[in-house]
Design a protein around this ligand. Sequence first.
Ligand code: HEC
Ligand code: HEC
Length: 416
Amino acid sequence: MLKKIVLGAITLPFVMLYSCKQEITDTDVLQVKSSRPKSEALTSRYSYADVVVPVGFEEAAQMLMAEDPGLSSSMTTVPLTAGKTVQIASVTDAKAKLGRILFYDKKLSINSTVSCGSCHLQEKGFADGKALSAGFEGRLTTRNSMSIINPAMMHSGMFWDRRESSARALSLRPVVNHIEMGMEDLKLLEIKLAGTDYYAQLFADAYPEAPFITRDNISDAITAFLRSMVTWNSKFDQGMRSNFSNFTAEELRGKELFMGNAATNIDPFGNVISNGACGGCHSAPMFNDGGFSTGISAYSDNDTGNGKGVNIGLDKVSKDKGTGDGSFKIPSLRNVELTAPYMHDGRFSTLEQVVDHYNEKIQPAANLHRRLREFDGKPKRFNFSDADKKALVAFLKTLTDRQFVSDPRYSNPFEN
Ligand code: HEC
Ligand code: HEC
C-alpha cells in the first residue's frame, strides 16, 4: 500500500506532464524492433537527378531547375526543348536514394508504426484509398490524403489549403504532426536513426561534406526524393507526341469537353486557352491550377478575390474552411483514376460522382468560383448527356501513368 502511494507521488508529476501528450516515453521511442530495408534499396544505383523533358512539359519543366520554387507562378526563363536532359535542382542520386528509405521507414513516427508511405501508396498514385487516414495512434487526419504529383513543378502551394510553399517546406511537417507521425522532438529522431545499422552509410554517401544524421539532412533527403518524383508518361502525355492518335473517339470527346477545342482557342498573344468545362482550372500539363502557358491562375480570378483557393460549391456552407471560406487548392488530376476517394474530405468514391457534382449538384456557396456560375450568378448546370459524362471519365483515365506507379525507384524498400 505504502509502496503504491510513494510510487504514485513520484510518477504523478510525470503523468501530468505527459498525459496530455502521450504515454510513449523516450526509451520506448528509441527501443524499436529493428526492421531493415531490403538490400536492393541499400545497394541500388538508380538514377533520379537527370530527366528528359517530354513534349508538353517545355515550360513546366523549368521549375525542376529552380532550387526551391515556392509560390511563384510566373516563369520568366525561356521554355526548354522537349528531349533535353535536365538535372532536377536539390536532387542527387544518393540523396534521393536515402530519401526513399526515409519516406518508407516507420521509425520516423514516434512509435514506429507509420511512415510517409502508410498514407501515400505508390500503387494508388501516392494517395491511400481512404477518406481520412489513420496516424500513429489510430487517430484520423482531418483531411483526405493527397496524391503526390510532380512536387518539384508544383508552383501553387502544398496541402489542400496551400499552407506550405514547397516540398522542402513541407518535408518534416508530417513527421512532427500530432496526428500523423507524432515525432515532435526531432532531436530524438536524430538519435533514433543513428541507432540503426544502415543510416550512417546512407547519410555519408548523400552528404559527404557533413555526413551527419541531422534534421536538416533528413529534411533535405526527403525533399530530394519528393522532387525526384516526376509523373509525365500517361496516355495523355503519349498523345501529346502523336496528336492524340492513340485516343479512342470517346476519350477525344472527353478531352474536348474537358479542355475545349484548343485549335480554336488562341488568345491575342498566341497562347492556347481553355474553354472547356474543366481545363480552365485543371489545366495541362499539370492539370492543377494552370498558369504555365497562360500566366493566368484560376486563383487570381476568383470572384471574391481571395486569391488563395477555389470554392467549387460542394456545400452551401462549408464545414472545413480550407483557405478561409471553403476554398481549396486545385488538385492535380494526374493519376486521378487511382486516387479515390475524392475532394478534401474524400466525400466522393467514384469519378462518376465527381462528374455528377459538377454537372448538376453545385451548391450556391457565397464565394463559388466564377467559372462555376451562370451569367446570372446561379450555380452552373453543364447539362452533360450520359455519353458526355462517360466521355469525361474516360478522358480522366487517360491521365494515369502506369510506369510511375510501378517504378522501382519510388517503391517501398521495406518488407512490411
Ligand atoms: C497519417 C497519414 C499521413 C502521413 C503519415 C503522411 N501524410 Fe502526407 N498527407 C496526408 C494528408 C491527410 C495530406 C493532406 C493534408 C492537408 O491538406 O491538410 C497530406 C499531404 C501531403 C502532401 C501534399 C501534396 C500536395 O499536392 O499538396 C505531400 C507532398 C505529402 N503529404 C508528403 C508526405 C511526406 C513526405 C510524409 C512523411 C514525412 C507524409 N506525407 C506523411 C497524410 C499523411
Ligand atoms: C473553378 C475551378 C474548377 C473547375 C472549373 C473544375 N474544378 Fe475540379 N477541382 C477544383 C478544386 C478547387 C477541387 C478541390 C475541391 C475540394 O476538395 O474542396 C477540385 C477537385 C476535383 C477532383 C478531385 C480530385 C482529388 O484528388 O480529390 C476531380 C476528379 C475534379 N476536380 C475534376 C473536375 C472535372 C471533371 C471538371 C470539369 C467538369 C472540373 N474538375 C472543374 C477546381 C475546379
